[in-house]
Write a protein that binds this ligand. Sequence first.
Ligand SMILES: [Zn+2]
Ligand SMILES: [Zn+2]
Length: 337
Amino acid sequence: MLWHVKPFLVDTHCHVHFPAYDQDREAVLARMRDKKIWAITIGTAMENSKQGIAFAEQHSDIWTTVGLHPSHTTHSHEDENEGAVHEKDVTKETLIEIAKSSKKVVAIGEAGLDFYRLDQVADAEAAKAIQERVFREHLLAAQELDLPVVIHCRDALTRLAEILQDVGKIRGVVHSFTGTWEEAKPLIDLGMHIAVNGIATFQKGFPITITAAESGGVLDTFGTNRANVVGDPNGGSTGTIASWFNKSAFAQPAPGVFGDSGRNILRAPGINNFDLSLFKNFAITERMRIQFRVESFNAFNHTQFGGPVTNVTSPQFGQILSARPARINQLGLKFIW
Ligand SMILES: [Zn+2]
Ligand SMILES: [Zn+2]
């Protein structure tokens, strides 16, 4: 259905097939299509990986992965909204078999190490050993299938880099990376992609109502009179700052008559915006470091337009006269000693 459309971007890590989206999944997908966003919905256990495949098979703009999240191998974290249970006997063979069942499987994972809160487990060392074994099975499966790995890592970056080094020849992405430059460097040297945290805003534009001059007298609506619809508001060339909608579709109603256009019939421009932050530590002496920070608001520098002039009697009717701030990059240096 959407194969011929180039995506605006591909969300490489979401879990839209999870039960957590049962209430509003279709609405989420509709918003994504509206913005030309494709997605890879990530499996975190064997059963939900199979469900991810079934879901991707039904949607031309969705791809998926097969994996067992480290948190599901040993300890506490079981979210009923994820539909996952403890599994620790996953093997390379199982992963390969499931992954080969569909062309929509584009990666192995998410898999990795999560040592956060392992102190709450009876035997933390045993838990780490299980996570490591399971992670290695994923890496071997990915090598054999020549697929990238989606890696989840929390509080275990050093060990992670050692394992990747040991297994060798792996490509993939370390998602939601929150470590330091020193921790990122060995992973980058191994050819890994690092996904940094960002805040993305996609907001549909606010609804707008097309207004008109007052009729006055007993028909005065105190500033809320509406224009008449005399054509197709979405006809002709629209979506530009000179003409956000079809201006000639509206007219001032005759004196003594209310306008017949509905409330909120059009939408102002929406927002699509990415804020990113990165930092890098430089060692000057053993005790002194400089932290270099880049914080970028609206990183891709998409112009974010304000709303159009909505009064049909205005000479600037239908035009957009304002915009939100363009890209702001904040560069900062911080001494740490
Ligand atoms: Zn995830
Ligand atoms: Zn994760």
